[in-house]
Design a protein around this ligand. Structure first.
Ligand code: HSE
Length: 296
């Protein structure tokens, strides 16, 4: 029986003002192995709660086969996840991407990456994690006529990302429910302008510009109350000169810098501003997207 392992990078979505549009792939990975069998579904390597047919890798695998009019046979899935779950680093998107690519590879690569993105975007509802997970690097995406249109943007290679990952979960559903349905024209203009300058600052490697541009009025102000000590941590990060944003829907907080000593500087002070446990994970840009790492 055929077997394939797909490696998918973590992704950080929004990057401040680019709500549901910007995303960047990072150097932390989830590997998912798919092996076709005669019958049944067996999912290993994850919490029991995720071993049923609603597992996102399986849902996505089935959706891709359905789009090809191919029959779903038995399947073994093994998940080796280094992307923390429900923390705003694209763990759900990684499973959707893995399932879609796994199905496509096992059945003869009939669909393009854009085709896989269309199918997974219909499940996720926004392409900002999916696009960098598929393509790598920095992406901006729009949804036009129901279909995602994504492009890569240039990125200065020396940016370093420091993810502050807390010991609590925050579901995207809850974090989206905290947002208003309507915004003022002033807030829309603020985000469009800041978003454009975030992309330029990331391209140029301009930390001062990034720090100023990486502010937002669409989601972060509404979500910060769901994350204990958000403002104190933001204040601390800003004293270092790094740019700061919520990673995706949170609760991970993200610092972007070219200062190699940022982790050391924050380590000394983080405990004095927060009582939660925050793991610091230094990450680089992942310029390559999801890929096959083993196939037989
Ligand atoms: N753009 C999404 C959000 C990312 O902020 O809700 C999380 O899936």
């Amino acid at each position: 029986m055929k077997r394939v392992t797909i490696r998918v990078p973590a992704t950080t979505a929004n990057l401040g003002p680019g709500f549901d549009a910007f995303g960047c792939a990072l150097s932390l990975y989830t590997d998912v192995t798919f092996e076709e069998t005669e019958w049944g579904l067996e999912i290993t390597g994850c919490d029991e709660a995720y071993t049923g047919p609603d597992n996102l890798a399986y849902v996505s695998y089935c959706a891709v086969l359905a789009s090809m009019n191919e029959e779903v046979r038995g399947l073994k899935i093994h998940i080796d996840a280094n992307i923390p779950i429900c923390r705003g680093l694209g763990s759900s998107a990684a499973l959707l991407v893995a399932g879609a690519m796994g199905a496509n590879v096992l059945r003869g690569n009939k669909l393009s990456t854009q085709g896989l993105l269309n199918i997974t975007n219909a499940m996720e509802g926004h392409p900002d994690n999916l696009a960098p997970a598929f393509y790598g690097g920095l992406t901006a995406s729009m949804v036009d006529n129901g279909l995602p249109v994504c492009v890569n943007f240039p990125l200065h290679p020396e940016w370093e990302f420091l993810a502050l990952v807390p010991d609590f979960h925050l579901s995207t559903e809850k974090a989206r429910a905290a947002l208003p349905n309507e915004y003022s024209r002033a807030d829309a203009v603020y985000n469009i302008a800041h978003g454009a300058l975030v992309l330029k600052a990331l391209e140029l490697g301009d930390e001062k510009l990034l720090r100023t541009a990486m502010q937002d009025r669409i989601h972060q102000n509404y979500r910060k109350k769901l994350i204990p000590d958000y403002e104190k941590i933001e204040g601390l990060v800003r004293t270092t000169g790094a740019a700061f944003c919520l990673s995706g829907a949170g609760p991970t907080l993200l610092c972007i810098t070219q200062d190699e000593r940022l982790e050391e500087k924050l380590a000394k002070k983080l405990d004095s501003v927060t009582t939660a446990k925050w793991q610091m994970i230094p990450l680089h840009i992942e310029f390559e997207g999801a890929r096959v790492i083993e196939s037989e």
